[in-house]
Design a protein around this ligand. Structure first.
Ligand code: FES
Ligand code: FES
Length: 164
């Protein structure tokens, strides 16, 4: 299949990528090293592959990579690192909301999208926001607690840089 060159902006970095036109954003991101974006079901059921596309949390397995051209994509790793975690990531760790961790990047992304719009959500609003994210380990209580104890923060501008 003929490859199509697309430009994606991920966690403040610009990438030019040649990919088949039917490649999903999930496939392209993981091939590019963004393995914090997890591959769970590849059909929109689990939320493990969630990323921010602009201000919306989307399942990257349901979006073709070329459809994300021109948008700002942020993954869990773009929010914070082990040394400099995002408050949401710290809150998940502090609340014991991480067990195997497979769902965590997608959960954090869904929570970020929620808190950016609504910094003081109710438990019900949190439940709705993460209703597309499946967790097989925690029972969700600690996840909801983590999100409730956290305030939204935006991606620090100093992380934004252009690379090819
Ligand atoms: S891998 Fe995308 S929703 Fe499950
Ligand atoms: S912590 Fe294991 S799936 Fe959520």
């Amino acid at each position: 299949m003929e490859l199509r060159v697309i430009t994606l902006r991920v966690n403040g970095r610009r990438h030019q990528i040649a990919a088949p036109p039917n490649a999903t954003l999930l496939q392209v991101l993981r091939n590019r090293g963004y393995t914090d974006v997890k591959n769970g079901c590849e059909k929109g059921d689990c939320g493990a592959c969630a990323v921010l596309l602009g201000d919306r949390a989307i399942n990257s397995c349901l979006v073709l990579a070329w459809q994300a051209e021109g948008a700002e994509i942020v993954t869990d790793a773009g929010l914070g690192t082990l040394d400099n975690p995002h408050p949401l990531q710290s809150a998940f760790a502090d609340a014991g909301a991480v067990q195997c961790g497979y769902c965590t990047p997608g959960m954090v992304i869904s929570a970020k999208a929620l808190l950016d719009k609504n910094p003081t959500p109710s438990r019900q609003e949190i439940r709705e926001a993460i209703s597309g994210n499946l967790c097989r380990c925690t029972g969700y209580s600690q996840i909801i607690e983590a999100i409730q104890t956290c305030e939204a923060k935006t991606l620090p501008a100093e992380r934004l840089e252009d690379v090819e």
